[in-house]
Design a protein around this ligand. Structure first.
Ligand code: FEO
Length: 429
């Protein structure tokens, strides 16, 4: 059996990466959104790989259900099922495990290798049918190896990139890193290799911003593990295979993970950002009073923004580097106003761990907005240390005093170092 020498993926043919290592993934050019939240202007790929050693064959990841037959056809072009001894899953999200149950049925002698954190997900994914025996698997961590005779697979524990289960697998003798979603992007180009594909830099950065950005510290941890490796090729699970200057991807990830806004404005200062929308100026007056109160606390830098006058993305960057945010909204038709919800829904791409949140607003009749915003802040795992302040219509001098007290209390919670509950990553997915 031989692989195609063509550098354009053809149906039913594996594509050689280095001798004995093949791409057996699939192209999905018509996909226009991924996981609902990501736009995919020219689709994506689900990359899977085959490694042949002198003592058996390994499959690294599989593909999304619905593309399984295409995956199997490529696999069959370079190996028999009874040669497969090892199946590695770097990540168990369905776009990489859709073909796994059928692969295990076709190659029942193969052993699965997953990260420790993937065990629960694997059990939910692989439920033996009828009298099928349970699938055999082994959990691995950084430095563990599997030998294929003349080739060695070494594992790197790289959790939360972007699920708890994620790991990378390094083919030692060839310097190939099978990186899972890390260094991937949603860009479908049948030429497969980064030195042949069109310009996908936007897709690379966009993918990072939406998938990896909330886990920056884990990205930096992974880079520390990957940096010392001899890296000839990075083979991710989405988008082009990076064989031309693969280290540029590490450099870019480091740049994106240490953007200037991620630093404190000053080493010793805490930061509170107050955003508001105001229909008649009442919530705006409350915001100003809250800022005035908060500014009395030494060591807290307070910023005030009218959401009506700004773009969301810079605000998201600001919030990422802030210690606390307060959101002010009038109640209109029993709800907070749309720009507040738009801002809140944009925060999923950043790490909110340890931040404080607060809400305030003027209202005419029922005033539900403040409680609704607080609930959403808690849902995003922010701590809400000071009960929200509400004012019916025009704030009186006493009510503005209460707003100043609210600002002081919030600033006090910031400087006293009260921190939010740690995100339970097991909730993800
Ligand atoms: Fe490509 Fe997180 O799955």
């Amino acid at each position: 059996m031989t692989a195609s020498r063509q550098t354009v993926a053809q149906p039913g043919e594996a594509v050689g990466i280095v001798p004995g290592v093949h791409w057996i993934g699939v192209l999905d050019p018509s996909l226009r959104s991924f996981d609902i939240i990501l736009r995919t202007a020219n689709g994506t790929t689900y990359n899977a790989y085959l490694v042949r050693g002198s003592d058996g064959v390994a499959i690294i990841d599989t593909v999304k259900a619905g593309f399984a037959e295409e995956f199997f056809a490529r696999l069959e072009s370079v190996a028999r099922y009874d040669e497969i001894r090892v199946i590695v899953l770097n990540h168990l999200e369905p776009d990489h495990t859709g073909a796994l149950p059928e692969l295990m049925r076709r190659a029942p002698q193969a052993k699965l290798y997953i990260s420790t954190r993937a065990t629960t997900m694997l059990k939910a994914l692989l439920k033996p049918k009828g009298d099928e025996r349970p699938f055999e698997y082994e959990t691995v961590g950084t430095g563990d190896e599997v030998s294929l005779g003349d080739r060695t697979l070494r594992f790197l524990h790289t959790p939360f990139l972007h699920w708890p289960d994620t790991q990378c697998t390094y083919l030692v003798e060839d310097g190939v890193l099978f990186s899972g979603d890390v260094f991937g992007c949603h860009h479908c180009d049948s030429r497969l290799f980064n030195d042949r594909c069109g310009d996908f830099r936007f897709a690379f950065d966009y993918y990072y911003a939406h998938i990896m950005r909330p886990f920056k510290t884990y990205v930096m941890d992974a880079i520390k593990l990957i940096e010392p490796l001899t890296l000839k090729i990075i083979a991710p699970t989405h988008g082009p295979i990076l064989r031309d200057r693969p280290r540029r991807s590490l450099t870019r990830y480091r740049e994106l993970s240490s953007a200037s806004f991620s630093e404190r404005i000053d080493n010793d200062e805490r930061s509170l950002i107050v955003f508001y929308m105001s229909a008649y100026g009442n919530t705006a007056r409350m915001a100003e009073a809250i800022c005035a109160g908060a500014e009395e606390a030494p060591g807290v830098r307070v910023s005030l923004y009218d959401l009506e006058g700004g773009e969301l993305q810079p605000f998201v960057d600001l919030i990422e580097s802030a210690d606390a945010l307060a959101l002010g909204s009038p109640t209109i038709n029993g709800d907070a106003v749309k720009p507040i919800w738009d801002l809140l829904s944009s925060l999923a791409v950043i790490d909110l761990k340890g931040k404080l949140g607060a809400a305030f607003g003027s209202y005419g009749w029922t005033g539900e907005a403040v409680r609704m915003i607080e609930d959403r802040l808690r849902g995003l795992k922010l701590r809400v240390p000071v009960p929200g302040v509400r004012v019916k219509l025009i704030p009186t001098d006493e009510e503005l005093d209460a707003c100043r007290d609210f600002g002081r209390a919030l600033a006090g919670a910031i400087v006293s170092g009260e921190r939010g509950k740690v995100i339970d990553f097991a909730d993800l997915g």
